[in-house]
Design a protein around this ligand. Structure first.
Ligand SMILES: C[S@@+](CC[C@H](N)C(=O)[O-])C[C@H]1O[C@@H](n2cnc3c(N)ncnc32)[C@H](O)[C@@H]1O
Length: 204
């Protein structure tokens, strides 16, 4: 593990293992890994699934290719340089996704909305998010809502949102957005102002 792309890699892994312990993605399904970086998480956790990964940085994609020896089996183009705010695999026909892992630096929801709108999905899947919006909220008074709206507010006005960020702001939006899918399990932890969370969701 290179370390430089992660603060506390082991906590990211533990959260993922916690949800993956309760529900194991079936073999022959796919894992979507935008912001794949050096593929540390993907190589550690999703090696037995078909990994579809992308990153803006070509050096990261090269490193990810070395970390994921089985990536060729997912088909040509399953690992590519792309902006993940849009769905990067519109030209391919991947199998159904049972995992999507949005380990962004700060804003995972544009990529999530694109994935949700375009990707073939298994009827149960697990989703992970790295969300840094509370940092920008407090540091510069600007942030992006999960629906993509850019917002601005003085620190004092933003504080109620900051304080109840996941429970009253992100999760209600998320549940509404994925309906008729529903959340069957979830987990989260905070590190300073960063928010890390995941959910198992199911259709029906
Ligand atoms: C926190 S690192 C991800 C580390 C990765 N989860 C791993 O296991 O190695 C974030 C990555 O997102 C990439 N990135 C940032 N914005 C992006 C975008 N819009 N589309 C695709 N990749 C992006 C960066 O190049 C960086 O490699």
């Amino acid at each position: 593990v290179s370390g430089k792309q992660h603060v506390e890699f082991h906590r990211k892994v533990l959260m993922r293992q916690h949800l993956l312990r309760h529900w194991r993605p079936p073999l022959n399904t796919a894992a979507y890994v935008p912001f794949i970086g050096d593929a540390d998480l993907a190589a550690y956790l999703y090696g037995d699934l078909w990994v579809y990964g992308a990153d803006l940085d070509p050096d990261r994609i090269e490193a990810a290719g070395r970390a994921l020896p089985n990536i060729a089996a997912a088909g040509a183009g399953a690992l590519r340089v792309a902006d993940c705010d849009s769905w990067p695999f519109a030209d391919l026909q991947p199998p159904k996704f049972s995992v999507a892992d949005f380990d962004a630096y700060a804003e995972p929801y544009a990529a999530f909305r694109s994935f949700w709108g375009h990707a073939p999905k298994h009827d149960r899947l697990v989703l992970f998010f790295t969300d840094g919006q509370r940092q920008s909220m407090m540091r510069v008074g600007k942030w992006t809502a999960p629906d993509g709206t850019r917002l601005e507010a003085e620190t004092e006005q933003a504080r109620p949102i900051f304080n109840a960020y996941l429970s009253q702001y992100i999760w209600p939006w998320f549940e509404h957005f994925i309906a008729p899918w529903r959340v069957v399990d979830r987990f989260r932890y905070l590190r300073g102002w960063m928010v890390y969370w995941g959910a198992v969701v199911e259709l029906g």
